[in-house]
Design a protein around this ligand. Structure first.
Ligand SMILES: [Zn+2]
Length: 357
């Protein structure tokens, strides 16, 4: 029987972890309550801000909530507004060119300034899915009732707790936390950040770490960006370190095994990190899904069952919500993923930024 690529990567990660331990390098000391703040914020955002679609008052209120949390931690958060648009397609009028709907979305940014002139970005999107066709509406995809616990209250909870953990550190490289708006209509918040960067800022952005949807999927995955990794294998460093740290912590994490030719092994897809990867900035993204089932493209998150008729929760009003997920998934899933993600990413961000939390 052949070893699958994911097994090879896992064993390589395990070997790296052993080398790391043998070198006598210790992970940060984690408090007993690590992950509790992240899990609390995930549930709060899911419950308080349903339908936080790009350009809506609900998205704006979520942005202000995140800014308030960062303000309370001692940061000076910025709300950066930007114009964008999306197009709704109606099958009832196939002959009519759909008009783009103009809207204003927001990125929320908070940073711990370093001394090197370089930075790492840690991000997660806070908007929820906007329906873009009348077929979406019919299938109850996106819209004002979508609570989005998995996608992506879960990622926002993690960056809120990371900001709390790093709020008093003096890092070598600036740690910039960004909650992105308008991800669901085309990574617009992430492109807004990338497009505003000068060539010097791009060159000085060492890593972009993205977190999207860590609850529903069977397993945690860390990936490099397909474009930067194809050019230079060093762009896989943060992924490999994340996997080694996970192994050292006893957390089952993997990377895309590359079973589909469209998605090369070790690389991910489809969230805000792609905007940075496309601009030549190395990335690592954390998600939970299952790259070994369905079309092996990472889109099917878990086995098909009564609770998950398509094996996904993504964008589904009746499924991506706490009431459904906490009943359907193994007990304690939300808390466990919050804890695992915060512990791994605390060690990773500390290492990448040269910071001691
Ligand atoms: Zn998402």
């Amino acid at each position: 029987m052949l070893h699958t690529p994911s097994l090879l990567v896992r064993s390589r990660a395990a070997r790296a972890a052993l080398a790391f331990a043998a070198a006598g390098l210790a992970l940060p000391a984690f408090a007993a309550e690590t992950g509790v703040l992240a899990a609390t914020e995930m549930r709060h955002i899911e419950k308080t801000f349903p339908g936080r679609m790009a350009g809506t008052p609900q998205e704006d209120q979520t942005a202000k909530y995140i800014a308030d949390r960062w303000l309370a931690m001692g940061y000076r958060p910025q709300l950066v507004r930007f114009f964008t648009s999306y197009t709704f397609t109606s099958a009832k009028h196939p002959d009519r060119d759909p008009d783009p709907t103009m809207l204003v979305s927001t990125n929320v940014i908070a940073e711990r300034r370093g001394t090197s002139g370089k930075q790492i970005i840690v991000g997660a999107h806070f908007d929820s899915r906007t329906p873009t066709s009348d077929s979406d509406l019919k299938k109850r995809i996106g819209g004002p009732a979508l609570q989005g616990l998995d996608d992506n209250a879960s990622g926002v909870g993690v960056i809120l707790e990371l900001a709390e953990i790093f709020r008093k550190v003096a890092p070598k490289h600036t740690i910039k936390f960004i909650a992105f708006g308008a991800e669901e209509i085309g990574l617009h918040g992430a492109f807004e950040v990338v497009n505003r960067m000068t060539p010097k800022e791009r060159a000085n952005t060492l890593w972009m770490v993205n977190i999207d949807s860590i609850v529903t999927g069977d397993r945690l995955y860390f990936h490099a960006g397909p474009k930067t990794y194809a050019k230079d294998a060093k762009a896989g460093h943060a992924r490999d370190r994340a996997l080694a740290i996970a192994a050292q912590l006893g957390v089952n994490a993997s990377t895309n095994p590359g079973l589909s030719p469209d998605f090369p092994r070790g690389t991910g897809c489809c969230s805000d990190q792609a905007a940075f990867d496309g601009a030549g900035i190395p990335v690592v993204n954390l998600e939970a899904t299952n790259w070994e089932i369905g079309d092996k493209d990472g889109y099917q998150q878990t086995a098909v069952s009564e609770a998950f008729p398509n094996g996904i929760s993504w964008h589904l009003v009746d499924i991506d919500k706490r009431a459904h997920l906490e009943a359907a998934l193994p007990a304690g899933r939300v808390d466990e993923r919050a804890r695992d993600a915060v512990r791994i990413l605390t060690a990773l961000v500390a290492e990448l930024a040269g910071a001691k939390p």
